[in-house]
Every structure is written in C-alpha cells, then in structure tokens.
Design a protein around this ligand. Sequence first.
Ligand code: NAI
Length: 329
Amino acid sequence: MARLYFDGNSELIRDKIIAMIGFGNQGSAQALNLRDGGFKVIVGNIEDEYAERARKLGFTVYSISNAVKQGEIIVMAIPDEVQPEVWSRDILPNLAPEKIVIFLSGYNIYYGFIKPPKDNDVIMVAPRMIGEGVRENFVNGRGFPVLIGVANNHSGKAWDYALSYSKAIGAIGKPGGVAVESSFEEETITDLFSEHTWAGAFLFMLAEGYRILIENGVSPEAAMLELWASGELIAITKAIVEKGLFAQLRGHSTTSQFGHLTWGPKYVTDEVKKLMREAIRQIKDGTFAKEWLLERLAGYPVFNRLWDEITKSDVWRDEDRLYRLLGRR
Ligand code: NAI
C-alpha cells in the first residue's frame, strides 16, 4: 500500500520565490492558486501568447533564464517534450545549488532526458487533474490528488517540500485532496499506460460507435448525444469517483446494469489484454519515449498527419455542425 498524506506544512516555502516556468494548463492554474494563497510567484516564459496572458493576469514575466536566477523554487510547467532543450539552454546554467526543482510529471527524469545536479532537491508533484480542475477545485475550496516523488534529496527535506508545495497549490489540506507517495517511475508508467490504453481506446470506440449507429439509421444528432455530447458521461464519471467503478452501476436502470455486465467483458479479449501488456512494455523499455523524441526532432510529421486525418473525418465534421447548433462553438 502507498503512503497517503492529507496535509502538509506550506509555511516551509512561504518565503521562497517560486519561479513558474511556463504559464499553460498547469502553470497558470498553479500560479493563480499560489498567488491567492499569498505565495511569491514569478513567471518565466518565452515571449508568446502565454506570457501575454500571465501579464494580463498581473504576473511579472521574465525570460526563463532570468526567472531561474531569481527563483528559489523552480517549477517545470512546460510540455515534457520541450523540457530537455530548455533545461540545458536556460535552466541548468542558471541553477545555483540549493534551489529546489519541481517537476509536474516523472517523464524526463525517469527516461534520463534530464539529469539534474546532485546539489539540488529534485521533487515531483504530479496532479491527477487537468489544469482547469486544479484551479476550479481551489476556487471551490476543494483539494485534488497528486502523486509525489523525490529524485534528489539533497537537503534531507525533499519529501517535506513536496508536501509543502502540494499544500501551497491547494492539492492537500482540503476535502478531496490527497498526496500519494510515489516515484518518477511510477508516475510515468501509470500516466502513459492510461493514455496508451483505455483513454485513447475510449475516444476511438465512441467515434466508431457513432458510425455504426448512423449505419443503422440513427440520426447524427441522436447518436452523438447518446454517445458523448449530452453530458451524461460527466454524471457517470462523477459517480465513478464518488461511489466506485462498478458500484455506480447501481444508479443505472436494471436493464442497463444487465447490458453492461453481459456485454462489457466481451470487449476485453485476449488480444486487447495482449495489447495492454505490449503498451506497458513499450513504456518501460523506452520505445515510446524514443518514438516521441524522434517525432519531435523530425518536426512532428506523424502527429500532424494524425491530427489532419481526425479534423477531416466525418465525426469531426458532424460534431462541428451539432456543436454550432447547440451554441458550443
Ligand atoms: P502546456 O502545453 O500547457 O505548456 C504551455 C507552456 O509551455 C506555455 O507557457 C508556453 O510558453 C511554454 N512552452 C511551449 N513550448 C515551449 C518552448 N519550446 N520553450 C519554452 N517554453 C515553451 O503544458 P502543460 O500541459 O501544463 O504541462 C506542463 C507539465 O505539467 C508537463 O510536465 C505535464 O506532463 C505536466 N502535467 C500536465 C497536466 C495537464 O493538465 N496538462 C496534468 C498533470 C501534469
């Protein structure tokens, strides 16, 4: 069993300058939460629309190297795939000993793409929550789960700092909040495993389900609303979180329960189980990380092609029409 922490001492970092490197999904949410909690936050960003947004929200924005020079806690809130380059160019040369580095995912440390010096604490505080949720929960007085880990414990207080930062961003010390003692390795494996198995499969299953319903004479509107556009999924997900994966089924009609229990397992074939094990193998042996690195170095050819196929698909087109009619776009 993992150790769980429900609170921490945010006073440990109260007087430290926190340099938020990046102001995107996580960076903006965490910076806003920290500022509202009375912590000292500066933003390090390249000159782009994110920097503009940070300025508009009243933050002082510096170049990344300048923010690293001033910050005592450096938070890596830029995309995983750009971190190694930014690290060696802007962060490492300005990283004085004793500064605390916080990663929001395990990726670059686990795969060795970033090798931090030994005289810094290197910590992971990885929210199990999208940036929007990090902010929304904070505003509503609720916490959220984070996985915490330590790669370098130079000060001997790295775990305390991990809890302190978790509390400062609003993850723990509030209802719904928990910090799970984990590792850079565990975070990377579990996060990628979800993305490479059920989460991706879920989207493509729904898209295929849409096509099959249409084939069977269902109107595009009825099909799409049934499968994902109605918001029923939000209620089901909420019930899963609150009641449990299967326990929430009791809230469905008995016909629905019977359908779920008889048909659900049919999709978990030996082939699917083999694929899930293959996914984890490619995560653990670095095959996926290498593929993603090469993809970036080549200028994202496959990534762009796949996005192109999606945005030209029937599902994308029909959804656009419906979402416009519903006033969502
Ligand atoms: P994001 O994609 O929202 O990051 C945007 C930021 O990165 C902007 O400030 C932008 O200026 C900067 N940026 C982009 N390209 C850059 C470059 N080439 N050089 C310098 N800066 C650049 O990133 P996101 O999604 O917030 O992820 C940040 C970290 O948080 C990652 O380690 C990710 O794994 C982790 N994380 C993200 C979650 C999410 O909700 N998106 C959830 C949990 C962890």
